[in-house]
Structure formats: structure tokens, C-alpha cells
Ligand binder design. Structure first.
Ligand SMILES: [Zn+2]
Length: 331
């Protein structure tokens, strides 16, 4: 397996100028989803070949992994979060003897699958999704096309990730209920928590293990503080390119502020009507609507409790960088 070496000029607050670090190898795999290609990463952890995320459930992805990862030596698969393009080959790899580590919140989704199906349908109905779309959602859920096959015998990261891997695990939910960030020696595998030029949709879901809506916005505020503590690490994101943690966080916050400003006049209106007007017919099917409604719920929560984000940004040492924008939106 080849390992990339990079200089750590950008990490001068932590390391000396000439020191080098080893970062995991990036594998970029096409997906059939609107998000585009996904990155997985392979590295040796205490001598064990390990893969972070494994791509979508497609034949093309299996071919890619067969050709680009030494599957005969692959020991571990560690997942950042349970979205299809990140864990679509977990069962296939487990069948080849790979040990799978899954976030606790995804474990709860699996064991409470039926409750989750009913609960999300109820949330969607409450928001105003038309019956025909609810039926499509239910059909997709039943046919498992929105849910990958999961491997029996997986381990839960928070309980069983071996210490000798030398990883620190940071819970950074918000995009999903389960996002985990893995910190190695000078790098972080950040899943979908930090994305360049994409506002990672805070996806509508149930609180893990419960029957109420997961409050993405509150979770994001806590996660911003956690992610800010990882500045100085090389970011290995789930999609697109990685930049510094601070730059990526600020870009996320600035986008949230701009969208909150745009959405503000519509606050309190029926979300389906708002979407119709805001997207002006640029809707690409029920799943696209689902993501957009998720975002509008996030923005509603943000507009209701802006102080939560303001104090999270202050705690993270980032507020000064967005103070003007924040004042412009909230005064
Ligand atoms: Zn993703």
C-alpha cells in the first residue's frame, strides 16, 4: 500500500518545520447520488490495513475496491456515518472477514428500524409532505434502496474500537445523527462534517433511540466547538477537497447565515409552499425535497435560537470572523 507523505508547514502550531507526517491514502469512488464521488481512506493502524468508509452499494464500487485496496490484507472497516455512499459495501467486506466498526447511533437505527420508519413518516406528514411522496418514501425504505445491508456481528465504535489503533474519536453529529470524526497522527477523517463548497444538509431524522425529531441545529452548535478543537490537522473529507478546519467551518457558518437571511421572511409559513417558491420548480424528486425540507427545519431552529450558534462560535474562538455577517442577519 502506498502512503502519502506531506510536509506540515501548515501545522506549525503543533510540529516543527521539517517534520513529516503520514496521511491515509485517498480512494475516490463514483456514486450514483447528487452528492457526486465519495472519498474513502486506507491506512495501516498498528500494522493492520484499515479502511475508513467503503463507498456506495454498486458493482462499480466493488470493482474499484478490488482493484485499489489489497482486500486480502484488509482487516478493518471504520465508518464515519451510516449514509449509503459511505457504508454501502460494509456487508460485502464483512463477508470477506473484515471487522466492521459502526457508530453507536447507526446501531440504534438498525435495531429500531421499524420504529424509525414510522417515526420519520410521521415527521414528514407533520411537515406537509404529500401522501404520494410518503408512499414513495415508504416503498424505498421497504425495498432498502435508502438503506444499505448491514453486516451482522459489527462492532460499535464507541464501545469496541481497539486502543492500539491510536485513534481519537470525536462525536460531531449534525449532518446525520451519527457523524464521527477520527483523529490520527496529524490528520482527521471527517466524513461529511467538513465539506468544501457544499452545505452538508442536516438530514431530518429521529433522535437516536427515541421517537422525537433529532435537533440537527443544536447538535451542529456543539459539533462546531468540537471540530474547532481539531484545527491544525490535515482534513480528509468524505467529498471534494480538504482545507483547514477553520476555513471549512467558517464557510459552513457563512452559508448557514446567508440561507437563514433568505429564509427569514418565510419563517412560520408551510414549508412545502416555501420550497415551491424558493426552488421555483428546480426540484429533483422526493429525496431532493426531503433534503431541502431538512434544511428548512434546520434554518427554522437557527432563526428561533440564534444565540446558541453565537455562543458556540465564541467558545470555538471563531465569532470575530463572522461577527459582521451575524450582526447583519440578527442585529
Ligand atoms: Zn456523504
Amino acid at each position: 500500500m502506498s502512503v502519502a507523505f506531506i510536509s506540515v508547514v501548515e501545522k506549525k502550531e503543533k510540529r516543527s518545520f521539517c517534520e513529516i507526517i503520514m496521511i491515509p491514502q485517498c480512494h475516490t469512488i463514483p456514486t450514483p447520488y447528487i452528492v457526486g464521488p465519495v472519498h474513502c481512506y486506507s491506512t495501516e493502524l498498528d500494522g493492520e490495513l484499515t479502511l475508513f468508509d467503503c463507498g456506495p452499494p454498486t458493482a462499480e464500487c466493488r470493482r474499484f475496491l478490488t482493484e485499489n485496496v489489497d482486500l486480502s490484507r484488509l482487516k478493518n472497516l471504520i465508518l464515519t456515518h451510516g449514509h449509503l455512499e459511505h457504508w454501502g459495501q460494509a456487508l460485502w467486506l464483512a463477508e470477506q472477514g473484515v471487522t466492521v466498526y459502526m457508530p453507536q447511533a447507526d446501531h440504534l437505527k438498525i435495531v429500531r428500524r421499524e420504529e424509525r420508519r414510522r417515526g420519520i413518516a410521521a415527521l414528514m406528514a407533520e411537515v406537509g409532505f404529500p401522501q404520494s411522496w410518503l408512499k414513495q418514501f415508504d416503498k424505498a425504505y421497504l425495498e432498502e434502496s435508502i438503506y444499505a445491508d448491514f453486516p451482522p456481528g459489527y462492532h460499535i465504535v464507541e464501545k469496541k474500537l481497539p486502543e492500539h489503533f491510536g485513534l481519537k474519536v470525536h462525536a460531531c453529529p449534525g449532518h446525520s445523527v451519527s457523524d464521527l470524526v477520527y483523529e490520527g497522527d496529524g490528520w482527521i477523517v471527517s466524513g461529511d462534517t467538513l465539506l468544501d463548497g457544499i452545505f452538508q444538509s442536516p438530514v431530518l431524522d429521529l433522535e437516536p433511540g427515541k421517537d422525537k425529531r433529532f435537533l440537527n441545529y443544536r447538535a451542529c452548535c456543539r459539533s462546531i466547538v468540537e471540530l474547532a478543537s481539531l484545527q491544525g490537522n490535515t482534513v480528509l473529507p468524505g467529498h471534494r477537497s480538504g482545507h483547514g478546519v477553520k476555513k471549512m467551518l467558517l464557510s459552513y457558518v457563512n452559508t448557514a447565515l446567508s440561507r437563514a437571511k433568505r429564509f427569514r421572511p418565510w419563517q412560520g409559513e408551510n414549508l412545502m409552499t416555501v420550497l415551491d417558491v424558493m426552488l421555483e420548480g428546480r426540484i429533483k424528486g422526493p429525496f431532493h425535497i426531503y433534503l431541502k425540507v431538512s434544511e428548512l427545519l434546520f434554518l427554522t431552529d437557527f432563526l428561533t435560537e440564534p444565540e446558541l450558534l453565537r455562543s458556540a462560535l465564541k467558545e470555538a474562538g471563531l465569532y470575530n470572523d463572522v461577527a459582521r455577517h451575524f450582526e447583519e442577519v440578527f442585529g
